[in-house]
Design a protein. Structure first.
Length: 243
C-alpha cells in the first residue's frame, strides 16, 4: 500500500517521496490512490492558505497560494490543458491533433486557456481566503484526481504508448470502485461537493465521448486537461450563491 501511494504521489506531484518503479500489475494499485493524492495536495494547500490569510491581504495571499499549488504539481495538468486547446484550435485531423499534443511548445490558444484557468482559480482563491473557507481547496483536487480514474476506466487510450495509455490500461472496474471510496469523504467537507461530483460525472461522459470521436480515445494531455476543468467546475459550485 505504501509503495503504491508513494508511486502515485511521485506520478502526480513534485513531492520528494522517492516513488518506486512499479511493474505492470501494480499500476492499478497506484491509480487507486489518485483521489487520495488529490486530497493530500488539497490539505497542503489548505494549510498554506490558513497561514497566508493571517499574514497577507486575500488578493496577495491568493496569488501566492495559486503559485504554491502550481509548483506542488509541477504544472502537470496545466500542460495538458494547454496542449488540448492548441490541438483543438490547430489540428485538422486525428494525426495532426496527436502530433500537436506531443509538441513541447505552447501556442496562443493553449496560453489563453492557461491564463483563463489561472484567472478563475485566482478569483476563487481571493474569495476563499477572504471568507476563510478551506474545504473547497481540498474537495477540488480530490474530485479532480478521481476524474482521471473515471475517464481512464470509461474510455480507451488514443495511443498504445505513453502515460495516458498506462493509466487507461490499469483502470479496471475494481480500481475505479476503490478510487471512488475516497469520495465518501465529500459529505464531511460539505454536501455541496456531493452536488459538484454529481455534475462532474455527465461532464466527464461528454468530454470523454468527444475525444473518443475526435481521436479515438484519451491521451495523458486530454486527461490532464479534463482534471483542470473539473477542478474549476468544483470551485464554481462551491461558490454558487455566495453574493
Amino acid at each position: 500500500m505504501v509503495k503504491r501511494l508513494r508511486a502515485a504521489l511521485a506520478f502526480l506531484t513534485l513531492l520528494p517521496v522517492g516513488g518506486d518503479v512499479l511493474d505492470s500489475q501494480e499500476v492499478g494499485g497506484m491509480v487507486t490512490f489518485f483521489p487520495l493524492v488529490g486530497m493530500i495536495l488539497g490539505l497542503l494547500v489548505a494549510v498554506v492558505a490558513w497561514f497566508l490569510v493571517s499574514v497577507f491581504p486575500s488578493v496577495v495571499g491568493a496569488g501566492l497560494l495559486l503559485a504554491f499549488a502550481v509548483v506542488l504539481t509541477g504544472a502537470f495538468h496545466l500542460d495538458g490543458l494547454a496542449d488540448v486547446f492548441d490541438a483543438l484550435a490547430l489540428g485538422r485531423g486525428e494525426e495532426e491533433i496527436l502530433a500537436i499534443m506531443k509538441e513541447s511548445t505552447v501556442g496562443v490558444f493553449g496560453l489563453s486557456a492557461l491564463i483563463l484557468d489561472l484567472l478563475v482559480k485566482y478569483g476563487v482563491m481571493v474569495v476563499l481566503l477572504g471568507d476563510r473557507l478551506y474545504s473547497p481547496l481540498v474537495a477540488a483536487p480530490l474530485i479532480g484526481r478521481w476524474s482521471l480514474v473515471y475517464l481512464a476506466h470509461r474510455f480507451p487510450a488514443a495511443r498504445d504508448m505513453g502515460l495516458g495509455a498506462m493509466v487507461v490500461g490499469a483502470a479496471q472496474e475494481m480500481v475505479l470502485a476503490r478510487a471512488t471510496l475516497w469520495l465518501l469523504l465529500l459529505p464531511f467537507l460539505g454536501w455541496r461537493f456531493v452536488l459538484a461530483w454529481i455534475l462532474v460525472v455527465p461532464f466527464l461522459e461528454g468530454y470523454g465521448r468527444f475525444w473518443k470521436d475526435k481521436i479515438g480515445g484519451l491521451t495523458g494531455d486530454v486527461m490532464g486537461g479534463g482534471c483542470e476543468m473539473v477542478e474549476v467546475l468544483v470551485y464554481l459550485v462551491a461558490l454558487m450563491g455566495r453574493v
